[in-house]
Ligand binder design. Structure first.
Ligand code: CMC
Length: 363
């Protein structure tokens, strides 16, 4: 027996959901290229694809929209969020809300796809109200509209443009799944014990919260703020290299070329043409150029988190919302993987540890 450090290259299950080719920079959900899904579909259609294995027809899409836009959550859960410190970590708040929801609902594995859509609907209410509570605004339940992205944005900012809705929809699709990173693995461990779906999401959120995983978009954006002006990029980058620090938003365990999502986020950041985000976009583009030149030999390229923060910031979100936005979208992937795991009957996850302690001793 030997230890598999970080479970690297351990295959935990087979999946029909997401395909990643790290050498060629390809990401597909259910066989569709991520670019095609972003250009042609809504988050609701992708949710149907991930949960039911095919794109919906118009009747199926109407049904999925109805269910995913059931935004009601018990008032007590909103009150629990209101009781938390205003400067609480936003993901910790989200986790508290999900743990609380598991006291109200029995989202077990009967009719799991319908349950999953309901969980995703409630996630929008939670994330929107984390923002509203932290900003000292009255709480608000999103109202159903033509799209999940629009309902979510309107619950946060009353005025939203078509371009902002388009960018939100694209972000929801881009972050919806990425096979089995740490958070999805935590989610699978909980699902494997046949615990409920809200508990699966709470566990995944705990894993996502760590700085090695979900926080990279926030950290990447903070770099742009620190740099302050495109003319400072070279000097700032040289200092990072001299101090042997990591360039956040660069590098990936699986991609050894451009993460395809980073190109789409960059395009969206440009399309948004926001006054708020414009300066940071210029800095990011310069940093991308300097960083890819320096790291080319090591095959370290921008990952999805490099430009996503600029998109979120341009829409109007503060930095602390970047990871909750990632989590909102990834709730779909967490649940789709959990359902696949339970239905394919992989059994309870129970690895072994290699004992290296003392030999038998007399007491
Ligand atoms: N900046 C500088 N050096 C880097 C970076 C980076 N961003 N990424 C990797 N390296 C170097 C690292 O120092 C090491 O060098 P050496 O061999 O000389 O010691 C080599 O590349 C391999 O690094 P590793 O950490 O063993 O490789 P990994 O495959 O585990 O790295 C990673 C993946 C994401 C942890 C890493 O690239 C990283 O820390 N990136 C910055 C954080 C980040 O952007 N994370 C978001 C990941 S994508 C979204 C998500 O999954 O949440």
């Amino acid at each position: 027996m030997s230890v598999s450090k970080g479970l690297e290259n351990v295959i935990i299950k087979a999946t029909r959901l997401t395909y990643i080719d790290g050498e060629r920079g390809i990401l597909r959900y259910g066989g569709y290229d991520i670019e095609d899904l972003v250009n042609n579909s809504s988050f609701e259609e992708v949710a149907y694809l991930m949960l039911y294995g095919k794109l919906p027809n118009s009747l199926e899409l109407r049904k999925v929209k109805e269910r995913i836009q059931d935004f009601e959550i018990p008032e007590n859960v909103i009150h629990i969020l209101e009781e938390l410190p205003k400067d609480a970590d936003a993901i910790a708040m989200m986790e508290t809300a999900f743990s609380s929801l598991s006291s109200f609902y029995n989202a077990y594995w009967i009719g799991p796809r319908e349950r999953a859509l309901e969980v995703i609907g409630k996630a929008a209410t939670i994330v929107a109200n984390i923002y509203r509570i932290k900003e000292g605004m009255p709480t608000r339940i999103p109202e159903p509209s033509e799209s999940y992205a629009k309902s979510f944005l309107k619950a946060i900012f009353s005025d939203v443009s078509d371009m902002e809705i388009k960018a939100m929809n694209a972000s929801l699709i881009l972050y919806a799944d990425h096979e089995v990173p740490a958070s999805t693995t935590a989610d699978l461990i909980v699902a494997s014990t046949l615990s409920d779906m809200y508990s699966c999401v709470a566990a995944a959120l705990s894993a996502l919260k760590g700085p090695l995983h979900g926080g990279a978009a926030e950290e990447a954006f903070k770099q742009f703020v620190e740099i302050g002006d495109p003319s400072n990029v070279e000097a700032w980058f040289n200092k990072v290299i001299a101090e042997k620090k990591r360039l956040m938003g660069f590098g990936h365990r699986v991609y050894k070329t451009y993460d395809p999502r980073s190109r789409i986020f960059k395009k969206l950041a440009k399309e948004l043409k926001s006054e708020r985000g414009g300066k940071y976009l210029e800095i990011a583009e310069k940093l991308e150029e300097v960083g890819t030149r320096h790291f080319a030999e090591k095959k370290i390229f921008p990952n999805t988190d490099f430009y996503s923060g600029i998109v979120f910031y341009s829409i109007g979100f503060p930095i602390y919302m970047f990871t909750p936005l990632f989590a909102l979208s990834r709730t779909l992937g967490w649940l789709a993987h959990a359902i696949e795991y339970v239905e394919d009957d992989y059994g309870m996850i129970r690895p072994r540890a290699l004992y290296v302690g003392s030999e038998k001793r007399s007491f």
